[in-house]
Write a protein that binds this ligand. Structure first.
Ligand SMILES: NC(=O)c1ccc[n+]([C@@H]2O[C@H](COP(=O)([O-])OP(=O)(O)OC[C@H]3O[C@@H](n4cnc5c(N)ncnc54)[C@H](OP(=O)(O)O)[C@@H]3O)[C@@H](O)[C@H]2O)c1
Length: 212
């Protein structure tokens, strides 16, 4: 499949693109800044320039993608307005664009603790924004997977994880392992219309996903 990676220039997005380049799928990098196109073209990865704060249907259609991985985020350096504009509304816009162009497979990189009603956390506004987008996706007819990792690190990949619909604990996981999980989901029917928490752990990724 041709996979549109939304947020391809991000720390996790670049790792997802790299994994997809190994095959059998083809990544298409969605970037918002035209200056980021060269990085991907050097690797012979096709790009689409689009901003999540604007309608996405034309970019999605032009990309000829067959599935989408959402790895974008407003980041910790922007204010709550961008959290709503990107993490909530941008994600919802991407779901609507998938429905508008008739695509089905959607993998959402969400966050541990995402919940539309979340209170009592310094990042509650972010977790609510992610939770609202996740709920929107779950209510759609799309063949979704919602992946909720803990704190993302730059540690080396281990190929092993702990994942379950509700892990009931906090923790972290490397961006490399998150990228591996997200890409593995594309080929695992057991992950369709499922949501799960994801942390570093002892179980090989394929085994953990197969048990979902
Ligand atoms: N950081 C954590 O500990 C953590 C924990 C759990 C879940 N997550 C989630 O995991 C995902 C990846 O996180 P990360 O830290 O690897 O991401 P990141 O490095 O902050 O990258 C985010 C990407 O989103 C892009 N982006 C932002 N606004 C956009 C817009 N309006 N239109 C198009 N693209 C836009 C950025 O583009 P530019 O390159 O142009 O800036 C960037 O490439 C995010 O969804 C995040 O919410 C993060």
């Amino acid at each position: 499949m041709r996979i549109l990676v939304v947020g391809a220039n991000g720390h996790t997005g670049r790792r997802i693109v790299d994994r997809l380049r190994a095959g059998p799928h083809e990544p298409i990098a969605m970037v918002r800044d035209p200056n980021h196109v060269a990085h991907f073209e050097q690797m012979e990865v096709r790009t689409v320039v689009a901003d999540l704060e604007k309608p996405l249907d034309p970019a999605l259609e032009a990309s000829a993608a067959e599935a989408l991985i959402f790895a974008a985020g407003s980041g910790s350096k922007t204010g709550p307005d961008k959290t709503l504009a990107v993490d909530r509304d941008g994600a919802v816009r991407s779901i609507a664009a998938m429905e508008a162009v008739g695509l089905r497979r959607y993998i959402m990189l969400s966050a541990l603790g995402a919940d539309p009603e979340r209170q009592g956390s310094p990042i509650a506004h972010y977790l609510r924004a992610k939770g609202i987008a996740d709920e929107h996706l779950r209510r759609s007819d799309l063949a979704y997977t919602v992946v909720r990792p803990g704190r993302l690190t730059f540690d080396e990949p281990t190929g092993k994880v702990d994942l379950a619909p509700d892990l009931d604990s906090g923790g972290s996981i490397s961006r490399d392992d998150v990228a591996a999980v997200v890409v593995a989901c594309l080929d695992m029917e057991s992950t369709v219309r499922k949501s799960f928490d994801l942390l570093a752990g002892p179980t090989p990724i394929a085994d953990a996903l197969a048990r979902l």
